[in-house]
Design a protein around this ligand. Structure first.
Ligand SMILES: Nc1ncnc2c1ncn2[C@@H]1O[C@H](COP(=O)(O)OP(=O)(O)OP(=O)(O)O)[C@@H](O)[C@H]1O
Length: 599
């Protein structure tokens, strides 16, 4: 995962959390209302000791039991009112937090969809998963609960301190003086806790990545008997996270110690001084009762400050992690004024194209180092080269999965960067060797690129891809496949992925070795049917087998980042030693020749 863009402690908590404002705006009225209701609840709680003072200094001192019942009734009514207000506060904050969480999650998902493949190359999926799930959960809990109670508790403590000073300024000031060491400690707590919270959330993401990887790779792990090894790695990561969680708990325990010990000590001192004041007649017993009853009301808000402060810092870290994704640079975006060109004939031109991956060492030459190639409208061009020569990379440049670093790719004379992305990707359809299906029905998977395609088009695409096996699935086209659905074989998946590209009815088909998992007979059938489509569609096909090359009108040879020969298969066989070398490697796939070997 790339380093966070903002060092944790360098950015203030308020500044970070206030970045959530656009997502929280609609929820703010209810959050403010919850704060007001809570402040009133606190005021009600603080009023009870005043009634007690009146009772002790009045009816009790006078020995008149009559008004005591009135006072008890008032205390009871205040208690009930406080409970009702607390219930109202809960009702007010329950739904807005969930709305904000949903809004943040949708924005994050949209962003993840928009960010270029280069971003996803660098970010482990678990880090994204933990941001989308646990971080947003932390933000929701803080908004619905932590924020309101933190603000209300601070206001309650300030209000309570004013009442304590008003009741007895000497005792009140002793109480207020006790806040100084607590505030000082809070600063060091913030620094310490922010760091450990960040580590904990990052380690949660790493753990999610490990789970995701081992679940995805479960067959490999089992086949190689590496389950124990994977478990060991996981255990050590889990242990690391456990250690961090303990560090977090210790930091919270530290501030709780301050928050319980110091007020208790302050009240101890107040008790001694208060008794002396009362015994010397400088204070009434009712005043003392009210003072300590008010102090007791303040104890919970004081103790809970540590918890809510920790919650706020967790939310700050979660917000930082959320915005690391939202702020990630996206260069593959729609042009400001997309070219409005009607569908053309499907000419595909690579014009002196250069490309290098972001993390490629500076001393390495460009992976695609000046490719110039024209695929004529309706022509089928096979792309051949040693493994690792950059064939897949070159095909990825056509739909802007990556952007060229030099030169241009043009469709019907228009630079692909001048077309709206949706437009470009409806003109060019791709099928990859790694056929990815989603946990949806066969129909939805095949119609991913053109959901409004007719039943006839869908059937035709399935026929061309020789995917009639779908009719034997339990619910036919409505059978759920993919990760959570029925498992299909590699060849079946590839055929569905090919059908998906065909059903999209593109101007240009880009096929990255889409038949590699098929048996020879099925491959021959697919190829025969594919010829019909290829007769009218421009196609660029990465070929690893002679039979795929046979589909093509011409073949382009990719060598050392350049197209070094273009011609028919027999022309290249006759003229290019490197082509003969590459073709000869097709026949011995178990020992594939690589670009490195060639160089
Ligand atoms: N996302 C990436 N980030 C960095 N390097 C990459 C990335 N994808 C591929 N590469 C590197 O680029 C080179 C070309 O890869 P590419 O997949 O384009 O080759 P290929 O010719 O299609 O290979 P094959 O025939 O084995 O499929 C390889 O050395 C590979 O390691």
């Amino acid at each position: 995962m790339p380093e966070p863009t903002n060092p944790q402690s360098a950015v203030g908590t308020v500044a970070v959390l206030s970045r959530l404002r656009p997502y929280v705006r609609e929820a703010l009225p209810r959050i403010y209302a919850a704060m007001v209701v809570s402040v009133v609840a606190s005021a009600v709680a603080l009023a009870i000791p005043q009634v007690l003072q009146w009772m002790v200094d009045g009816p009790l001192a006078d020995g008149d039991p009559g008004p005591i019942w009135v006072a008890a009734g008032i205390v009871l009514a205040l208690g009930v009112l406080e409970a009702v207000l607390i219930g109202a506060r809960r009702a007010l904050v329950l739904t807005p937090g969930t709305h904000v969480e949903a809004r943040l999650r949708n924005s994050l998902y949209r962003r993840l969809q928009n960010l270029p493949v280069a971003f996803h190359d660098r970010w482990p999926s678990g880090q994204l998963l933990s941001r989308a799930v646990s971080d947003l959960n932390l933000i929701r809990r803080w908004l619905s609960f932590g924020l309101v109670l933190l603000v209300v508790n601070v206001l309650t403590i300030i209000g309570g301190a004013v009442i304590l000073i008003a009741l007895n300024w000497v005792l009140g000031l002793i109480f207020v003086a006790a806040a100084v060491p607590v505030i000082l400690y809070s600063f060091s707590f913030e620094r310490k806790y922010s760091d450990v919270a960040r580590r904990s959330q990052d380690q949660t993401g790493d753990l999610a990545t490990s789970v995701e990887e081992s679940v995805h790779g479960i067959r490999v792990l089992k086949a190689f008997g590496r389950g124990r090894y994977a478990l060991k790695r996981f255990e050590s990561q889990a242990e690391q996270l456990r250690g961090t969680e303990i560090e977090k708990a210790k930091a919270i325990a530290g501030i709780w110690l301050y928050l319980t010990l110091i007020p208790d000590l302050a009240f101890g001192v107040c008790l001694v001084v208060g008794v002396w004041l009362a015994s010397t007649g400088q204070s009434s017993v009712g005043e003392l009762v009210a003072f300590f009853a008010t102090g007791t009301v303040l104890l919970f808000p004081i103790w809970s400050l540590g918890y809510f402060l920790a919650m706020t810092l967790d939310a700050k870290t979660a917000t930082l992690r959320f915005f690391e994704v939202m702020d990630a640079e996206n260069t593959i975006i729609d042009p400001e004024q997309p070219a409005a060109v009607s569908r053309g004939r499907g000419e595909l031109v690579f014009d002196d194209v250069h490309f290098r991956y972001q993390d490629a060492p500076a001393t390495f030459p460009d992976l695609v180092d000046g490719v110039s190639l024209t695929v004529q409208p309706g022509e089928t061009m096979a792309l051949v080269g040693l493994t690792g020569s950059g064939k897949s990379t070159l095909t990825a440049l056509t739909t802007r999965l990556y952007d060229v670093t030099g030169g241009s790719v043009r469709v019907d004379g228009v630079d692909v960067r001048d077309l709206a992305l949706d437009d470009l990707r409806s003109r060019i359809a791709m099928a990859f060797e790694e056929a990815t299906l989603f946990s949806r029905t066969v129909r939805e998977n095949v119609l991913l690129g053109r959901p409004d395609a007719s039943e006839e088009d869908l059937r035709e695409a399935l026929n061309i891809a020789q995917a009639s096996f779908v009719d034997d699935l339990p619910a036919g086209l409505d059978t759920k496949v993919g990760e959570e659905g029925l498992s299909l074989s590699g060849g079946q998946r590839q055929r569905l992925a090919l059908a998906r590209a065909i059903a999209a009815r593109p101007e240009i088909l880009v096929l990255d070795d889409p038949l590699s998992a098929l048996d020879v007979d099925t491959e021959a059938l697919v190829e025969a049917a594919l010829r019909r489509v290829l007769a009218t569609t421009t196609a660029l096909i990465v070929a690893h087998r002679p039979s795929t090359v046979a589909l093509a009108d011409r073949v382009a040879l990719l060598e050392n980042g350049r197209i070094t020969a273009v011609g028919t298969h027999s022309e290249l066989l006759a003229s290019s030693a490197h082509y003969r070398f590459v073709i000869s490697s097709f026949d011995s796939p178990e020992v594939p020749a690589t670009e490195e070997v060639s160089r």
